[in-house]
Design a protein around this ligand. Structure first.
Ligand code: DHB
Ligand code: FE
Length: 311
């Protein structure tokens, strides 16, 4: 037998008290958000007849998640990061902004402070010999469609075990392995050599994975490369490309795959330089241009402030 008490006036009054709405002190925005969240939570407990045991299992899971530092990992897994992107897309559509490279989620594994390199850079330290060498290059375009000289392309990706430097549980990667800040040349051209990454999985046995498994889901991502791209007078773009042919390209637990972000891979058998870069052995080439958008009323209305690791 369930009981429903949510609509009782005492419960509604209690929610206001809980959220500090009966007091002048505090932050009105936080009060409004907490009032809404607590209202929805009380309602869910009441309607789904959530038992105390279920409730306390949830609290234990939140504690474990926090202890593991994984709030930023489950957030994309539950689609929240993608939902925020969809809202930014809708705001752009309302402002008549189009033609941009699609945005997609940042993920939790960016590290600020990567070495700055003008022109071509090598991202990997050569120690991961399981990866196919990769040459990726292209042009950063401004809102007017012209190349953007000096555009900044921050790039980061994982190795063939799915581990990112600074978050590698085996500790074998040096700082900023497979991470750089590239400065495009006078023609807006960027270029880097690295290895083709493999897919990533959330830490096995982690609270993030436990919840995904309880949902009948997995915690795997297709191979991908992350980017922040910025240039004078333009909004900073947060995006990723997926490696074409990865079996999970349309089954990403973090929901980051988007049309326009799965570039073709051209396989080379080696020999002659491509775009001025001598790759030597067999390698893969990805050609990918970025299209940035203008500031809105002089401001970057899509810039995101969030806690980020810096090294
Ligand atoms: C997660 C990991 C990633 O590498 C990524 O790009 C997005 C999300 C995660 O663990 O949640
Ligand atoms: Fe990632």
């Amino acid at each position: 037998m369930n009981v429903n008490i949510f609509d009782r006036p005492q419960v509604q009054e209690f929610l206001k008290t809980v959220s500090g709405l009966d007091k002048p002190e505090g932050d009105p925005r936080i009060k409004a958000i907490i009032h809404r969240f607590m209202t929805d939570l009380f309602k869910a407990i009441d309607e789904l007849d959530i038992t105390p045991d279920e409730y306390w299992a949830g609290i234990a899971w939140i504690n474990a998640l926090g202890t593991a530092g994984q709030a930023g990992l489950i957030s994309p897994g539950l689609g929240l990061d993608h939902f925020l992107d969809l809202r930014l897309d809708a705001k752009d559509a309302a402002l008549g902004i189009d033609g941009e490279t699609p945005r997609t989620i940042e993920g939790p594994l960016y590290v600020a402070g990567a070495p700055v390199v003008h022109g071509h850079a090598r991202l990997d330290d050569g120690r991961d010999t399981n990866g196919t060498p990769l040459l990726m290059h292209g042009t950063v375009h401004g809102a007017d469609g012209k190349p953007l000289p000096g555009a900044v392309v921050e790039v980061w990706h994982c190795d063939t075990r799915g581990f990112y430097s600074h978050f590698d549980p085996t500790g074998v990667q040096g700082p900023f392995n497979m991470r750089r800040t590239l400065i495009a040349d006078e023609a807006g051209h960027y270029s880097f050599r690295s290895i083709v990454p493999k897919g990533y999985g959330v830490p096995p046995g982690s609270p993030t994975e436990q919840l995904l498994f309880a949902l009948g889901r997995h915690g795997q991502r297709p191979a991908h490369i992350h980017f922040f791209v910025s240039g004078d007078g333009h909004r900073k773009l947060t995006t990723q490309i997926n490696i074409a042919g990865d079996p999970l390209v349309n089954d990403d637990f973090a929901f980051a795959t988007r049309n326009g972000l799965v570039p073709e891979i051209k396989q080379h058998t080696g020999g002659s330089p491509v775009n001025g870069v001598e790759m030597g052995e067999a390698f893969d080439e990805i050609l990918f241009d970025f299209h940035l958008t203008e500031l809105v009323n002089g401001e970057d209305n899509q810039a995101v402030q969030r806690a980020r690791v810096a090294a």
